[in-house]
Design a protein around this ligand. Sequence first.
Ligand SMILES: CC(C)(COP(=O)(O)OP(=O)(O)OC[C@H]1O[C@@H](n2cnc3c(N)ncnc32)[C@H](O)[C@@H]1OP(=O)(O)O)[C@@H](O)C(=O)NCCC(=O)NCCS
Length: 372
Amino acid sequence: MSEERFSPGLAGVIAGETSIACVEQGKLLYRGYAIADLATTCTFEEVAYLLLNDELPSAKQLQGIKDKLAKYRPLRSEILDALRRTPKDTPMMDVLRSMVSYTGHFDPVKGEGEEADRERAIWLTSQIGAIIAARFRLMNGNEPIEPMDGLSHAAQILYQCHGEVPDPLAAELIDLTLVLYAEHDFNASTFTARVICSTMSDLTSAITGAIGALKGPLHGGANEAAMEMLCKFKSGDEAKAWITNALANKEKVMGFGHRVYKNGDHRADILEGKLRKLAHQLGEETWLDIYDAIRHPMVHEKHIFPNVDYPCGLTYYLLGLPLDLYTPLFVASRITGWSAHFLEQSIDNRIYRPLSIYVGHGERKVPPIDER
Ligand SMILES: CC(C)(COP(=O)(O)OP(=O)(O)OC[C@H]1O[C@@H](n2cnc3c(N)ncnc32)[C@H](O)[C@@H]1OP(=O)(O)O)[C@@H](O)C(=O)NCCC(=O)NCCS
């Protein structure tokens, strides 16, 4: 095999065709619609429908997906029991990964094929929101609560976490992050889902694997990791001193950089505007000082831009959400993109099976055990 074909991290390798998202230097489109347009005009439910069906929903179709999300939201007693039995110190992403896998044993959708998997995707989307909220309540010594009719998916997650109808601004901002996180072509977790799908495995297995891939701090775990970093500082000056040192030591700064975007992430720009307004509204200017103290040298000295996880971490924090909910909320959204890719991969499948360059021992004889 020729050395030229080797690309560590598959950088620059085209691993498939997709019509779901276009991720380019100056562009992010979901099914042909610009993310800035979707972010200002559509809810997460509309975007979920778009990703799964290739077209935006009519009013009737939108009501249809909302009805399905409502129908599939209640958690079975087996899931609640398993959540209760999970050790308290298990990280939320691990709980979510296990529970999604376990939920698969109670799949209410009958049959195989594209239509069944599209329905299954809506079922899993709804269950994931409910699982996150139920675990959140149990961890805080509260019993899980039933969903409330008529709330958006974002508001429902907050309601089922806190037991009260959320402030409209909080629901709106969570909805926005769900829209921004929903899809991003062949990123690590989506690729994982597609690889699992390519073996003709099932949707629940693909989503379970994708959650495992998303959890790492180089991928979805970056929103939590970025906020953990910001929490180390009490002022912009402290953050400035830290970043100077971190850059000198070539440390990775969480929430910055991207394999594709080298001149900035559109999603980060959209969310950052909202974050700044929120921080001013709450009188939390110190957090903005800290945020900017890290951001400024990263952008202006290193030319490494914030990705969506950087403003997302602080947005969730200012909304009062605990850190270990951040990556699970990413899952609550990206399940739609993963599912759309599962459907696309299933329709035109070839099993993924790349090659490797062997760099181990030359061929050798097995010595008898007393000579090893
Ligand atoms: C996203 C990420 C994994 C992309 O990785 P990648 O495509 O392999 O990027 P590279 O490692 O090739 O980056 C190129 C250069 O920028 C540097 N760089 C990239 N991201 C950086 C970061 N967050 N902090 C500091 N330096 C960074 C790299 O060290 C490298 O420097 P070098 O050329 O001196 O070795 C990487 O930017 C990263 O680890 N970011 C932090 C985690 C994060 O926020 N993840 C969420 C992604 S949406």
